[in-house]
Ligand binder design. Structure first.
Ligand code: ATP
Length: 344
């Protein structure tokens, strides 16, 4: 199913404009993540799509060619997985998954068939007879997903479905969820405030800020070509190089860098992996912090820009705190962005 929102907005009764007029298209089978900081309107947008929230007049929501704008939630045929899974704790996994189908009054053999099918996809067969209360957090998450998918919804909506889990489990389930969603071959929209989660799961990420979708693209596009300071900082923590640009040169406290193009009127951003210790580098700085992170070191370097610049350093050893270092940044690693786009 293709989802198309045009001019869709939400003003709550107290006057809060949670969603400003927005356009969003999600293609058939696409997995889209709504990513943004707390309060930017992600949940509001998801609830409007589900039919749990009435959008402002003038909004339009199409499921394929059906205008569902004024259709109530129960008629939209969407599957939902929310933060709290709201499973029945004393009922078995099988009964939980079949619950919605029973409510739909499907014949018993059909219910059995569908439940068995999703149990298999979600690798829950060994737990089919267990009560929910006897499952781990990760297993419960899979049951919630299986239950949402069993009625064969037109679309799946997920609101921070991993947020109740601890950090380790979250990471392993993230990859699992990415695989499962693709196996379902279903259009899915996934809300998160965690950029790693959005990048790992989605085909396309819509970044939101203050009630707007500010940029939408594949994870690679957003990471490599952010269109604003806000997206550069929010996706992949790019750092601003505050300095004075003169044509294709950027003058910083710690030296002069070559820019990939004329930097007049632009601000320059760089990512930590592109800030490299290099004895022949044009920038001079001093090591403030060294953090060993297993696969790499994270270095904090002062003296190059007004803040401490972070560098990702791969190697068997690292400079020491207090060392003077030379640093290079390749021109093509620098991102030139229009000034004044730090927050939309
Ligand atoms: P979070 O990640 O914290 O859940 P979010 O991006 O999902 O945030 P929303 O829950 O969509 O954000 O909220 C967007 C804005 O609308 C916020 O400023 C919030 O306070 C406001 N808001 C949400 N629900 C209501 C309501 N029922 N009445 C008034 N304002 C609301």
């Amino acid at each position: 199913m293709t989802l198309r929102l045009t001019n869709t907005a939400k003003t709550y009764p107290d006057g809060t404009k949670a969603l400003l007029p927005s356009e969003l298209t999600v293609e058939k089978g696409e997995i889209v993540s709504l990513l943004g900081p707390s309060g930017c309107g992600k949940t509001t947008l998801l609830r409007i799509i589900a039919g749990l929230e009435t959008p402002d007049a003038g909004s339009k929501i199409l499921f394929d060619d059906d205008d569902v704008t004024s259709l109530p939630v129960e008629k939209r045929k969407v599957g939902m997985v929310f933060q709290s899974y709201a499973l029945f704790p004393n009922m078995s996994v099988r009964a939980n998954i079949g619950y919605g189908l029973k409510m739909q009054k499907l014949p018993k053999p059909e219910i059995e068939k569908r439940v068995t099918e999703v149990l298999e996809i979600c690798q829950l067969q060994p737990y089919a007879a267990r009560a929910i209360s006897a499952l781990s957090g990760g297993q419960r998450q899979r049951v919630a997903l299986a239950r949402a998918i069993a009625p064969r919804p037109r679309m799946l909506l997920l609101d921070e479905p991993l947020s109740a889990l601890d950090a380790n489990l979250r990471e392993s389930l993230r990859d699992e969820l990415a695989v499962l969603l693709r196996e379902f071959h279903i259009t899915a929209i996934f809300v998160t405030h965690d950029q790693d989660e959005a990048m790992a799961i989605a085909d396309r990420v819509a970044v939101m800020s203050h009630g707007h979708v500010v940029q939408s693209g594949t994870p690679e596009e957003l990471y490599r070509n952010p269109n604003s300071e806000f997206v550069a900082g929010f996706v992949g923590n790019a750092m601003r190089l505050d300095g004075r640009s003169e044509g294709e040169k950027l003058h910083l406290d710690g030296g002069v860098l070559d820019l990939p193009a004329d930097g007049t009127g632009q601000v320059v951003f760089v990512r930590a992996e592109d800030v490299q210790i290099d004895p022949d580098g044009p920038l001079s700085g001093k090591i403030e912090t060294v953090t060993f992170l297993g696969t790499h070191y994270r270095l904090g370097i002062s003296g190059i820009v007004s803040n401490v610049l972070t560098s990702t350093h791969v190697g068997l050893s690292a400079p020491k705190v207090g060392d003077s270092v030379k640093v290079s940044i390749k021109p093509d690693a620098l991102m030139l962005l229009p000034e004044g786009t730090e927050a939309e």
